[in-house]
Design a protein. Structure first.
Length: 280
């Protein structure tokens, strides 16, 4: 019996390690190709792993001197920052309201949020384009921000509500007995306890504009208004003039602000759960 249990454990461990090794290869291999291509001198004909290279920063310099990458990067940063601030603020307030208050059409609006999420973005592209034409919003960042914020509210408001529900109502009641108003209970009592989810929401909202290609390419038609995702695609969409090295260098630079924000928010992923509690 013991031998059978040990055999099952070893088999489980072996399969787990094999799965992790395979997953690591799938993730690390394209990352290595991108890094090698970015630091290789001259243009690269195709994406391939080549360790025999002389590392230099010529491709990174060329991005900012020979292309509009700097403009695209700035465009994306502005869109991402505004989207993060506005979307996270709305989601947090909406999640708190749905979690703590009863109001007219509360359940119906939550169901409506779920129904909206069933409609894929691709199905609404034509509607977005017509709306942009009506508002003269093609090539305007504000319209893209509007769509990013609106598209992120329904499901994320559900997630935020669920996280607020894990905070005991006794905290609100204790603060209310002490004379705390609605905003003070939200800002000083409940919000510090949901900081992990707020940090996650902020990171997701910030990452969205950097990774979105379909929506931004549909609404941004002139090069000076491109985001980095659309701009990088111009380096590889012409088979006769591929710029693999520039594409790889630009892809690496995309990760920098996301990594910086992640490390900046990292402490909030855990510390929020221990920043408050019931009064003794």
């Amino acid at each position: 019996m013991n031998n059978s249990i040990k055999l099952k454990r070893r088999l489980t461990q072996t399969l787990t390690y094999l799965y992790l090794i395979g997953l690591s290869v799938v993730i690390i291999y394209p990352l290595l190709i991108t890094i090698m291509s970015a630091f290789k001198a001259g243009n690269v004909a195709a994406f391939k792993l080549d360790t025999n290279i002389d590392f230099n920063f010529d491709n990174f310099k060329g991005l900012f001197t020979e292309t509009l990458y700097g403009t695209w990067y700035l465009n994306t940063l502005i869109i991402a920052l505004i989207t993060m601030v506005v979307q996270t603020s709305i989601i947090v307030l909406a999640g708190y309201a749905y979690s703590r208050y009863n109001f007219l059409a509360r359940k119906q609006s939550l169901v409506f949020f779920l129904i909206i999420q069933m409609v894929p973005t691709m199905a609404a592209l034509t509607a977005f384009f017509v709306m942009a034409l009506m508002l003269n919003a093609l090539n305007h960042s504000w319209f893209l921000i509007f769509l990013y914020v609106g598209g992120g509210i329904p499901m994320n408001a559900w997630l935020m509500k669920g996280y607020f529900d894990t905070v005991p109502m006794s905290l609100d009641e204790s603060a209310k007995l002490d004379g705390a108003g609605h905003f003070r209970r939200f800002w000083q009592i409940v919000l510090p306890l949901v900081r992990p989810m707020v940090a996650v929401q902020a990171l997701w909202a910030f990452m969205g504009p950097f990774g979105d290609y379909i929506l931004s390419s549909f609404l941004l038609r002139e090069k000076e208004y491109f985001t980095v995702a659309v701009g990088l695609q111009t380096f590889v969409n012409n088979a006769k003039n591929l710029k693999i090295a520039y594409f790889s260098a630009g892809a690496i630079l995309i990760a920098l602000p996301i990594c910086i924000l992640f490390f900046f928010l990292q402490k909030n992923f855990v510390s929020g759960l221990t920043s408050g509690g019931d009064k003794g």
